[in-house]
Design a protein around this ligand. Sequence first.
Ligand code: FAD
Ligand code: SF4
Length: 548
Amino acid sequence: MTKTDSEYKNYRELRLILGEQLNAGHSWYQTKDESVLYVIAELKQEQEYVVHHVQKIQSFFSAMNQFADALSKAGHNVLYLTLDDTSDYENLPDLLAHLLTRYQCQQFSYQQPDEYRLANQLAEFCTRLSGEASQSELSQLGLSKLSKKVTWQCVETEHFCLSHAELSQYFQAEKHHRMEAFYRKLRKRFNILMLGDEPEGGQWNYDQDNRNKLKPSDIQDIPQPLLMSNDVSDINERLSRHGIKYLGEAQQQLIWPVNRQQALSLLEFFCQHCLPFFGRFQDAMTCQANDVLSDRQWSLYHSRLSFALNSKMISPHKVIDAAINAYRASNGEISLAQVEGFVRQILGWREFVRGIYWANMPNYHQLNALKAEQALPSWFWTADTKMNCLHHAIKQSLDYAYAHHIQRLMVTGNFCMIAGIDPDEVDAWYLGIYVDALEWVELPNTRGMSQFADGGIVGSKPYAASGNYIDKMSDYCKHCHYKVKEKLGDNACPLNSLYWDFMIRHREKFGNNPRLAFTYRNWDKQSPQQQNAVLDKAQTLLQNLSSL
Ligand code: FAD
Ligand code: SF4
């Protein structure tokens, strides 16, 4: 804030835009109002609640900056505050109190934050604004100098398919909801891939067709991903000036989309080059692509649109419509299974986990149904492990702030769950490392889907797997120090004994689950000697996780 006092004019209303609220289609911007000031601010509090990957910080700051520029060019009054401007303020309420006083505003407006932490902070701030605070509380917040009482308003972000207000019609706290039933309701409600009341093609779900492994001959066909080249050198300088701690190496060029145009090009690229194979290979993993083609083939047929979506540069309806239009125009080149698989991720999973989050917060944050207490091994921060699957998924996450769903769920997530890692540590890792990580979507996916720490609110059974699953879906095992077919011995795949140890450790909880009956029958067929040997092996591993 380098203006001198004489340069300030007063504004009737201050509207806050958070970094995750870059929705250019919001009704706020449909009319220009000289008496409104929009504020977008880089905040230290947002850099410090967890250690983020540097590409995540760069992406948010760049996108916020470009959004501010676009609003300003469209004729709105915008104040963009960098870390240099906001570093003297302890937190967001402290900054807001200062700005409301400085500009003598009569109204404060904000969009409903996606994260409970920010929603709570702003709701508390507004309670004080509305005069329920004592004079001393107001002066602590710097609000006592306001000449008039400030009214406030919280509005919808107008981004998701379901509004915030509607979520409680679909979700209740602690209830075991199932994604498939929810997804079907939304398909009907928004008339997406429907023929009357029936799903197009006669089936709701093509998951069975979407489980292919990449064969060596498929590798050459993987498209070279479209990567952006955004200069972030000024952001890097600010991060170092303010001593912000981060994960990963700070490069000068950022590959992630940071404005609507770039988000739309990535969407177009996806529809053209990746959608035809999206469903088929959505669970596949490979380390060969990197060796054979270049080090840029990590994204396979995934869209990499999660940051553009979560920052709201692009809307879920826009993405779904583009994919369906591409399918209809493709003359059969894109099958229904591919497009349905993609729509399910966005209309289904993305909206579903948001509903679970809001129905269950703040308690969800502390759930630890399996009483997991092990520390996260230090190699999660370096990728320095002999387990090739984990090495590859973590290295890729450190290099690109990205891993695709199955790497997150069945490689890193599965390891943490079967090794009994404390879900607080698991959450902090996921929330920090991924470019798209915001708590509303990270928490139900991590604590719920991947760790079963919510006791089954998200999933009907734990996503636990031995090395066999990784071998089925990837080429990781062929290049691993460990032997995937072995359970015992120094070179046995650690996931094999850890898997059984997990299943037996929690037999009381899962033993009556019909979906796991086959697994327990298999275990019971083994001799007590075999069983003991596997459980002993797992205990040795659990005591030495950091050296795996
Ligand atoms: P694609 O594979 O191309 O899928 C398209 C879109 O569907 C994604 O961009 C995303 O918006 C949506 N989507 C797909 N799966 C999910 C899901 N399970 N939940 C919500 N949306 C989904 N996603 C995040 O956006 N932020 C997170 O912090 C996050 N943390 C996760 C943690 C764990 C342990 C797991 C298992 C999954 C997590 N996901 C998270 C979901 C998913 O892994 C990512 O959305 C996806 O990998 C992003 O890559 P993409 O854009 O290429 O996705
Ligand atoms: Fe992972 Fe085991 Fe396969 Fe190695 S052998 S890549 S540790 S599943």
